[in-house]
Design a protein around this ligand. Structure first.
Ligand code: CMC
Length: 391
């Protein structure tokens, strides 16, 4: 026993040393391996970002092609995986299916259980990056009663995902380049974000020597909550609840009321006390997509009105609560036609590369220890036990 430094929510505790992602929340800076997120989002595609997160350097043309080849060659899942879905009720949340199926991958790739071999770790990273979109799209297809769609290797990562989501045997889905680009940006902007709750969960699970698929399943579970990855879904549900521009002020007042637990979903961030740099890029893409699709949706009007009010309201300014990346990504996903309950799944898919890069980095670090936080006990001690018939 003893008294340990108490840091609830780990606001001031560094749990590791990492050279993957740098954040300066006060200045609104996010960099992967030293490259600014806006440059990566604008000029690199998601697979380049996966490469840099995993390997530490940007790929040259040859390395990029080789990496793309490896990823596309791992996109299929074992046919037995399809049977896993049959055990779920069709109205199961797709995050429940993804969490279970990703964990189940550990029973298919026995060689990947050798986590001390760095080459094997990289192989499991490839499998995960490649198979997550397939599993995510299968969860969606299952939930709407449509046949699973096999991946296509002639398409880009983002195009292939949209193809597996929206193709049906009767009709091929034609992927719009603007939507594929927007999808790719959503993947890129969610790829990694240093030691957030889900990444810390993956590291903690991995610190015990658990296999990569079990660790990623833990990450998916942690991401699911509305304060983390579930915020994009919660944000859209909130917009639906607001329903009309005329009710925006009422909900803003609720968010400001100290006695009301209601929060504006999609606003605020633990680390960014300035505009989230991902939100800046996402906002641009959001307006591009809405213009391209010429969408007239009252919910989007509500979103734009909320954005305006929150950016001008002294409460939000004072508390440095800005719209975060998930405020805009939710709107884009809705415009693309992706159902709300798939939003967090898409976040999980995109973040898989970040999780697995951290897991790989951690296992490669010398002197790595099992994660084992302590506590300060505040309960009773030394009580005298009474048998049941005396209580
Ligand atoms: N609406 C209204 N008030 C808020 C909000 C909000 N969205 N977020 C924070 N506040 C207030 C909060 O009530 C508190 O007020 P006071 O100082 O008077 O008690 C103050 O701002 C600080 O809040 P906090 O909870 O101490 O801040 P935190 O850094 O622990 O929380 C957060 C960060 C993201 C959990 C929180 O802002 C939140 O719940 N936001 C809504 C959910 C959301 O959009 N989450 C997605 C984050 S981005 C995606 C990801 O990284 O997963």
């Amino acid at each position: 026993a003893g008294y340990f430094t108490y840091d609830p929510g780990f606001l001031a505790t560094a749990s590791c040393e990492s050279s993957i992602t740098y954040i300066d929340g006060g200045k609104g800076i996010l960099q992967h391996r030293g490259y600014a997120i806006d440059a990566l989002a604008k000029d690199a595609d998601y697979l380049e970002v996966c490469y840099i997160l995993l390997y530490g350097e940007l790929p040259n043309k040859e390395q990029y092609e080789e990496f793309k080849d490896i990823i596309t060659n791992h996109t299929m899942v074992h046919e037995k995986i399809a049977h896993f879905f049959q055990g779920f009720l069709p109205d199961a949340h797709p995050m429940a299916m993804v969490c279970a199926v990703v964990g189940a991958l550990s029973s298919f790739y026995h060689s990947d259980l050798d986590i001390n071999d760095p080459n094997q770790r990289i192989r499991s990273a490839h499998r995960l990056i490649a198979k997550m979109p397939t599993i995510a799209a299968m969860a969606y297809k299952y939930s709407i009663g449509q046949p699973f769609v096999y991946p296509r290797n002639d398409l880009s990562y983002a195009e292939n995902f949209l193809h597996m989501m929206f193709s049906v045997p009767a009709e091929e889905y034609t992927v719009s380049p603007t939507l594929a680009r927007a999808m790719d940006r959503i993947f890129t902007l969610h790829a990694d974000h240093e030691q957030n709750a889900s990444t810390s969960t993956v590291r903690l699970a991995g610190s015990s020597g658990a296999n990569p698929y079990a660790c990623i399943a833990a990450g998916v579970a942690s991401l699911w909550g509305p304060a983390h990855g579930g915020a994009n879904e919660a944000c859209l549900n909130m917009l639906e609840k607001i329903g009309d521009v005329s009710r925006v002020d009422e909900f803003v007042a609720k968010a400001k009321d100290k006695n009301d637990p209601f929060r504006l979903m999609g606003f605020g961030h633990r680390v960014y006390k300035n505009f989230d740099p991902r939100a800046t890029v996402m906002r641009e893409t959001c307006h591009e997509v809405l213009t391209e699709l010429g969408i007239q949706d009252p919910l989007l009007d509500v979103a734009m009105a909320l954005e305006k009010v929150a950016l001008e309201d002294p409460y939000f300014i004072e508390k440095k609560l800005y719209p975060n990346v998930d405020f805009y990504s939710g709107i884009i996903l809705k415009a693309i036609g992706i159902p709300t309950n798939m939003f967090t799944v898409i976040f999980a898919m995109s973040r898989t590369v970040g999780w697995i890069s951290h897991w790989h980095e951690m296992l490669g670090q010398p002197g790595q220890k099992i994660g084992r936080p302590r506590q300060n006990y505040v309960g009773e001690i030394d009580r005298e036990f009474q048998p049941l018939d005396k209580r």
